[in-house]
Design a binder for this molecule. Structure first.
Ligand SMILES: *Cc1c(COP(=O)(O)O)cnc(C)c1O
Length: 375
């Protein structure tokens, strides 16, 4: 079972692959047959409505990718040069880039050991008179500590923007992420929990922000007067083709989330008790969705995270290292700052194969191989 071969053929287990086995093809064919392939068409509206409902928000504004959703969220809050936006240093680069696109300054904060998301204490210490937003990234599918962030932000009138790109269907105190902050940004990249190939969505309960996002995503064209653009907008529209895939994905989302919950349970059971390996935390105040089931691998003897990755690759198992923290990247480098938790997570974090179609025997093979290599 654990020699990595099936009838002499070495297995190859990717870290993620999309499951497009439902109505995806049928709905895309419908778009092509009807000629509705750009951003006008029934699937965009249905996808926006269905996704907003799924995320517990009143409005959904579909866009071309998750980065555009983040940028547009900050743009509708009128964030610009001279403003500061607080975000965790441990995130995907798009979170920081979206802040830069507006001309505002990203202010980086360390993560917590408990759930790997932004440290509320660090947020409080970083607030200045220029702070205009806090981005709560639900990293690897774990909801950030939204109550603590809200307690800091509310009295000061600072909006929280959720970066929910990795957390479709995650819950915080029994509420889905996406409808809790002032706005939330989702990604539908091919390896995300819901995919449209490339795609993104803003969700919000605020009608004015939703309308402004719709206006800015479509070149800021006046609804009353064609080709009248009172300000500079963007082309951030989603196509009907993308939305068609999204509608089909959302029809099966409960099964997808169940499969991911089973996957996490299975990894947890099989990998617990290995000295030097820390399992993906389970958040107390919510329910994570394990976008990528991840572990921390401390150096042990000759083995460390990167060597383990290499040895797993040689056995047909693809894994991913954690993101490099923003303060370690050239555009955001802060040589004097110290973010000990995020730095340690970035150095030791490893994401395991996590797609919903992964079989129980694949999870057993991955887990057994890790135990074998790292004992
Ligand atoms: C994937 C991701 C994004 C960006 O989404 P794209 O659709 O690739 O533009 C933003 N933030 C986080 C945390 C992500 O994982």
């Amino acid at each position: 079972m654990s020699d990595g071969t099936i009838a002499g053929v070495r297995r190859c287990i990717p870290v993620y692959e999309p499951d497009l086995s439902g109505n995806e093809l049928k709905y895309v064919q419908d778009c092509v047959a009807s000629g509705w392939i750009s951003s006008l068409g029934k699937y965009v509206t249905s996808f926006e409505e269905a996704f907003a409902a799924f995320s517990g928000a009143r409005f959904g504004v579909a866009v071309c990718n998750g980065t555009a959703a983040l940028h547009l969220s900050l743009a509708v809050l009128d964030i610009g040069p001279g403003d500061e936006v607080i975000l965790p240093t441990l995130t995907f680069v798009a979170t920081a880039n979206a802040v830069r696109y507006t001309g505002a300054t990203p202010v980086l904060v360390d993560s917590t050991v408990e759930d790997w998301t932004i440290n509320p204490g660090g947020v409080e210490a970083s607030i200045t008179a220029r702070t205009r937003a806090i981005i709560a990234v639900h990293l690897y599918g774990q909801p950030a500590d939204l109550d603590s962030l809200e307690a800091i932000a509310k009295d000061r009138g600072i909006p929280i923007v959720e970066d929910a790109a990795e957390a479709h269907g995650a819950e915080y105190r029994q509420r889905p992420v996406g409808g809790i902050g002032r706005l939330a940004a989702f990604s539908f990249y091919a390896n995300k929990i819901v995919t449209t190939g490339e795609g993104g969505m803003i969700t919000t309960n605020d009608v004015q922000l939703a309308e402004r996002a719709r206006f800015l995503r479509d070149h800021a064209m006046s609804t009353g007067k064609r080709y009248w653009h009172p300000e500079v907008g963007f082309n951030y529209r989603m196509t009907n083709l993308q939305a068609a895939v999204g509608v089909a994905q959302l029809e099966r989302i409960r099964d997808t989330l169940d499969a991911k919950a089973r996957l996490a349970t299975s990894y947890r059971a099989r990998l617990s008790g290995v000295e030097g390996i820390t399992l993906h935390p389970e958040v107390r105040s919510g329910r994570g969705v394990y976008w990528m089931y991840s572990i921390l691998v401390e150096k042990k003897g000759a083995m460390n995270r990167d060597r383990l990755m290499g040895a797993l690759r040689a056995r047909g198992i693809e894994t991913r290292p954690f993101f490099v923290a923003m303060h370690q990247l050239p555009p955001y480098r802060q040589p004097d700052a110290s973010f000990p938790v995020a730095s340690r997570l970035a150095r030791t974090g490893l994401s395991l194969p996590s797609h919903p179609t992964l079989g129980a025997e694949d999870i057993a093979y991955v887990s057994d191989t890790i135990r074998e290599l790292y004992q």
